[in-house]
Design a protein around this ligand. Structure first.
Ligand SMILES: Cc1ncc(C[n+]2csc(CCOP(=O)(O)OP(=O)(O)O)c2C)c(N)n1
Ligand code: SF4
Ligand SMILES: [Mg+2]
Length: 313
């Protein structure tokens, strides 16, 4: 693993001066990803907070070739670029060893971009797809997505007299992607940068498509103080809400804190610690909504057991 000192000497590929909110996890995630390879990189970026806020014309925070794509098309855009690259290489018109990277939010991945992503993985393109999962459509005003946790109050699942926040559980996208039997898929969190960067390095060098699903806390949508983003990411992992694991050539491995919890070296914290740290779950602290909290914890416990079973196979 490269040292922090050596990392600090690497060229900056995403500059300061973008317009993401203070405390936004998205540029932190992107910088960690971009540190994981020294090869030239081409980026495709589906619309969302990260795309909009790093590329307000006529300015750009990008120091690498970067393509804005429509909300649904990050994977199809980057797979087209990768196919063109291989064609040019075959013709001897390009010799560089280039890496292809797509960034999209959870809305652009779990929901509208899912078809393009599934197709690109099935076709076996050589690219890494990074989902910045802040659990809602943040850029358009905090609407619920297929990644939003049950009970979260969003502008399309507002808690009140009719519903106690979102009624459905999030879909387990990382496992859905792993079901494509691709070379590499993983979940990561920016608080554990060593784990994230080593997973990104594996993804960049995978022999085929790679997928990283990264928890990316959003102070606006999750309703917490913008100084607490890294703490919030850590809490997501320590409660088991966002387990760190990888699916590598058919094998499941736990990593980071999740591995330590599974080995009995640290305690898994109760999910209520994560819920009560965020304003979007404030209504769940009302004793009238205790059944919802219990339901979320039970669902998490079942997912946890299933993950342990997979990693022991
Ligand atoms: C086809 C289409 N529908 C809707 C939109 C409007 N839109 C732009 S960004 C966005 C939300 C993005 O959410 P997500 O992918 O989770 O990224 P985030 O902003 O949360 O990082 C939406 C709905 C669009 N650009 N294109
Ligand atoms: S709304 Fe959330 S995801 Fe969007 S820039 Fe602000 S902190 Fe980041
Ligand atoms: Mg989002």
């Amino acid at each position: 693993m490269i040292s922090i000192k050596d990392m600090s000497k690497k060229p900056v590929r995403l500059t300061e001066g973008h317009r993401l909110c203070a405390g936004c996890a998205e540029p932190i995630v992107a910088k960690q990803i971009l540190l994981a390879t020294d090869k030239p990189v081409v980026v495709a970026n589906a619309t969302g907070c990260f795309e909009v806020s790093t590329s307000g014309f006529p300015q750009s925070a990008w120091e690498v070739p970067w393509i804005h794509t429509a909300f649904a098309t990050a994977a199809s855009t980057i797979s087209g670029v990768e196919a063109a690259y291989h064609s040019l290489r075959r013709k001897g018109k390009i010799n560089e060893d280039i890496r292809f990277l797509a960034f999209a939010g959870d809305g652009g991945t779990y929901d509208i971009g899912f078809q393009a992503l599934s197709g690109a993985i099935e076709r076996g393109h050589q690219f890494m797809y990074v989902c910045m999962n802040n659990e809602a459509y943040m850029n358009t005003g905090i609407q619920r997505s297929g990644a939003t946790q049950r009970g979260a109050s969003t502008t399309t699942s507002p808690s009140g007299e009719h519903i106690p926040g979102k009624r459905e559980f999030p879909k387990d996208l990382t496992k859905i992607i792993a079901a494509h039997k691709l070379p590499y898929a993983a979940q990561a969190s920016p608080h554990n940068w060593k784990d994230l960067i080593s997973k990104a390095a594996k993804g960049f060098e995978a022999n085929g498509p790679a997928f990283l699903n990264i928890i990316a806390p959003c102070p606006r949508g999750w309703r917490y103080d913008s100084a607490d983003t890294i703490q919030m990411a850590k809490l997501s992992v320590e409660t088991g809400m966002w387990p760190l694991y990888e699916y590598e050539n058919g094998k499941w491995n736990l990593t980071g804190e999740t591995k330590r919890i599974a080995e009995g070296k640290m305690e898994r914290r109760p999910l209520i610690d994560w819920l009560k740290a965020q304003g979007r779950f404030r209504h769940l602290l009302d004793p009238a909504n205790k059944a919802v909290v219990d339901d979320i914890q039970e669902n998490l416990d079942a997912d946890w057991d299933e993950l342990l079973r997979l990693t022991k196979l």
